[in-house]
Structures are given as structure tokens and as C-alpha cells.
Design a protein around this ligand. Structure first.
Ligand SMILES: [Fe+2]
Ligand SMILES: [Fe+2]
Length: 398
């Protein structure tokens, strides 16, 4: 099997079949070879290459998840999460951006097949789900911050990638014992049924008529029908696709099932789906800031979400998720750059602006666990004249 591997995960004994990127950047004249020399490994890691393709039938496979925080799989399926080293947000953003671009493209192609009424193939997206899983293991905030940058045209595709990444992160938090790859794939596929809904209804800026509303609500079943006909789609993906709009009080759709009748994966899908949907800008409304979205979801939680799953989700993204703009007690504005392992209420903040003088200040990272500072409020970037790209740039800068 061919797999695309980040160079951070490259090891001696792997058989390289392709080096990504321009050949001008390649340190070798050959591109397919067994990586058995330490100096070759070092040369690749020092080069401009970020990813290589390996053939696991000819050399070592990427290491499996046994040594990281998730519980080992009890199924016979291949564990696809890897023993990744942690990356800084800045480092991971670069790798995540590349993976996201490939995943988005592969998802567009896969969903286009569904739109044409064809069954879909997981050949292209399968390896990318593994890459998303690896990126999430190295630093979950990178992929989750990038998938927020959606526009109305790529919403459905990036939402699918975001739910894929969220399902994997949440699975780790919950100590999910099943197949993590299947969990990610279920997230990626959950809204495939939207391809059966006309664009003018799906992206209608105004209020929907009753008929249009019913049409949109048919997407879980339409998706389930598409997936049922497609090769290699497992029960987890079918379940999440059909039941991600169910609620624990039985007031969701399409089957109005409730409580324990809803599988764990369906309950996970519901939380990940709503969080990403309400934090994204849509044609009819602006997305909420992640921290505000979590507050709202906490208010809705009874009846809507499974409490244990929701609580684990909050731990996954943090009460102040990375990328949140906050005002500190001192009046300084900053962006959350990293969660604290000790408390969700005291993340690391990169300060950059004074609200009292309404002017930039020297950028500095403050660790709230070691500071007298506290978070005063969550701020809308637009209120202060910043857009999401500006916030993203603050995260990217070392
Ligand atoms: Fe949906
Ligand atoms: Fe969705």
C-alpha cells in the first residue's frame, strides 16, 4: 500500500517511491529506493521536501498508535494514527495547510461523483484521512484553525474535512477503542447527501420554504443511500451519515431516535457537526467565535447532545480554542495560541494590541498559568478591525 508520510514521521527501513514537490528541491537523483542509510534520512529531513510517498509492501510501515494516548484498537482493522512527535503550532500549520489543500481537492472530486449520481471511491481520500489523523496527533489546533477559513463555495468540503479532524480529536479524548481511520472517514463523508440537494436550495441566503426545508432534511438519508452503494464504506460511516442530525431527546431527524439507541459515533458526529457549522461563516450568517459557540452549545446541551461526549469535546478544543481573540483584564488584546494542560481557563495568549490606546503593542506570549492576568472577555475580531487572516497570521508568526 502506498502512503503519503510527513518527513517528521520518516524512518529508516521505509521504501520511498516518490518525493513530493519540485524535483529541483530533491536531494537525490533517484526517487524510488529503500531508505537504509542514516545520512540519506538526514539529507531528506534537512531538504525543502515536506512529504514522501512510501510503499509499505516493500519497506517499513508508519508506526501504529500503540504508544500514544488513545486506547489500542480492539478491531482487526489497521490502526492508522501514528506515533507522531508533537509539533509547534507554527511548524504544524505549514504541514496542515498542505494536507488540507489535498484533502479538499480529493473531497471535491469524491463529492462530484456523488453529485453525478455515481457511487464514490475512497481511494484518494483514504490516505488523506490518515494524514489528517497524523497532523491532529502532532498538533490538533493547526488543522482545526485552518478549516475555519471557509468561504461559501468551499463550505461543504472544508466542513467535511473539519468534521473528520474533529471526530479524530474527540475520539482520542474519549479513548475511543475502535478504528480511528473509520471515525475520520465517517466525519469526512457525513454530509455527502448534500450533493443530492440542488445548490440553489443548499446555499439559499434567504429563509427556506417548508418544501426546501424538508428537502435539506433529506440529506442524511440521501447520503446513506449513496454510501450504501459505494465500495469500502463501513458501518460507522453509514451510521454517522444517517444519524448526525439526531438528538438525544429524540427530536432530531430522520429517525427521531434517542438516548442509548443512538450509537456513540452518531452522538460524536452530532457534536462535531454542530460545532463546525456554527463557527463557520455561511451565506446567511456569520460564524460564531469558537468560545461563544461552545457556550451556546453548553446551553443547548440538555436534550440536544450527549453530556459526556460534549464535555469531552470541550476538553478537545479548549474553552478558549486556539485562534480565539480575547481581551485581558489589563485591556490588552491577544490571540489564544496554546491550551494549558493544567486548566482550560488559562491558555497561552499572544498579546498584540492595546484596547485602551487602540494601538498595536509589542507582541509577546503570556502563559496565564504563570501570570496575574486573566481573560476578561471574548472579542469579535471585526469589532477591532481585524479579519480572520490577520488572526491567522498572528498564529503563524513564530
Ligand atoms: Fe448534515
Ligand atoms: Fe454537517
Amino acid at each position: 500500500m502506498r502512503k503519503r508520510v510527513h518527513i517528521q514521521d520518516l524512518q529508516l527501513g521505509m521504501y520511498i517511491v516518490k518525493l513530493d514537490g519540485s524535483w529541483l528541491k530533491h536531494p537525490f537523483w533517484k526517487s524510488a529506493f529503500l531508505l537504509d542509510k542514516a545520512e540519506d534520512l538526514k539529507t531528506i529531513k534537512q531538504s525543502a521536501i515536506t512529504h514522501v510517498w512510501i510503499d509499505t509492501t516493500k519497506g517499513k510501515d508508519i508506526e501504529t498508535a500503540a504508544t500514544i494516548t488513545i486506547a489500542p484498537s480492539t478491531t482487526t482493522t489497521t490502526a492508522t494514527t501514528t506515533k507522531n512527535t508533537k509539533s509547534s503550532l507554527t511548524d504544524e500549520l505549514e504541514a496542515a495547510r498542505e494536507t488540507l489543500a489535498l484533502a479538499k481537492q480529493a473531497t471535491i472530486e469524491m463529492f462530484n461523483d456523488a453529485r453525478m449520481g455515481n457511487s464514490i471511491s475512497l481511494d484518494e481520500t483514504g490516505p488523506l484521512v490518515d494524514e489528517i489523523s497524523q497532523s491532529v496527533a502532532r498538533n490538533p489546533a493547526a488543522m482545526l484553525s485552518l478549516t475555519r477559513m471557509k468561504n461559501k463555495d468551499d463550505y461543504t468540503y472544508l466542513h467535511s474535512v473539519a468534521v473528520c479532524a474533529l471526530m479524530i480529536s474527540l475520539g482520542k479524548q474519549l479513548g475511543y477503542k475502535g478504528d480511528m481511520h473509520a471515525l475520520g472517514m465517517a466525519g469526512l463523508l457525513h454530509d455527502v447527501g448534500k450533493m443530492a440537494i440542488p445548490d440553489e436550495v443548499l446555499n439559499k441566503p434567504g429563509k427556506l420554504t417548508d418544501e426546501e426545508f424538508i428537502l435539506i432534511q433529506s440529506h442524511p438519508l440521501r447520503g446513506w443511500e449513496i454510501l450504501k452503494e459505494s465500495y469500502g464504506v463501513d458501518d460507522i460511516a453509514l451510521d454517522v451519515c444517517l444519524h448526525h442530525h439526531e438528538r438525544v431527546d429524540g427530536r432530531g431527524y430522520p429517525d427521531r431516535i434517542s438516548g442509548n439507541e443512538l450509537s456513540l459515533v452518531a452522538r460524536m458526529g452530532a457534536v462535531c457537526d454542530v460545532y463546525d457549522a456554527i463557527t463557520s461563516d455561511r451565506c446567511y450568517k456569520k460564524g460564531w467565535e469558537p468560545a461563544d459557540a461552545l457556550k451556546k452549545m453548553a446551553e443547548w446541551k440538555d436534550g440536544h447532545f450527549d453530556e459526556a461526549v460534549f464535555n469531552a469535546f470541550v476538553k478537545t478544543v479548549g474553552i478558549y480554542p486556539t485562534g480565539t481573540l480575547v481581551k485581558l483584564k489589563s485591556g490588552r488584546l491577544g490571540v489564544v495560541t496554546e491550551q494549558s494542560e493544567k486548566t482550560l481557563l488559562k491558555p497561552k495568549i499572544k498579546i498584540f494590541f492595546s484596547s485602551s490606546s487602540n494601538a498595536p503593542i509589542p507582541k509577546k506570549i503570556i502563559d496565564l498559568t504563570r501570570s496575574q492576568e486573566t481573560i476578561d472577555s471574548i472579542e469579535e475580531p471585526e469589532t477591532w478591525g481585524f479579519d480572520r487572516q490577520h488572526i491567522m497570521n498572528l498564529l503563524i508568526e513564530a
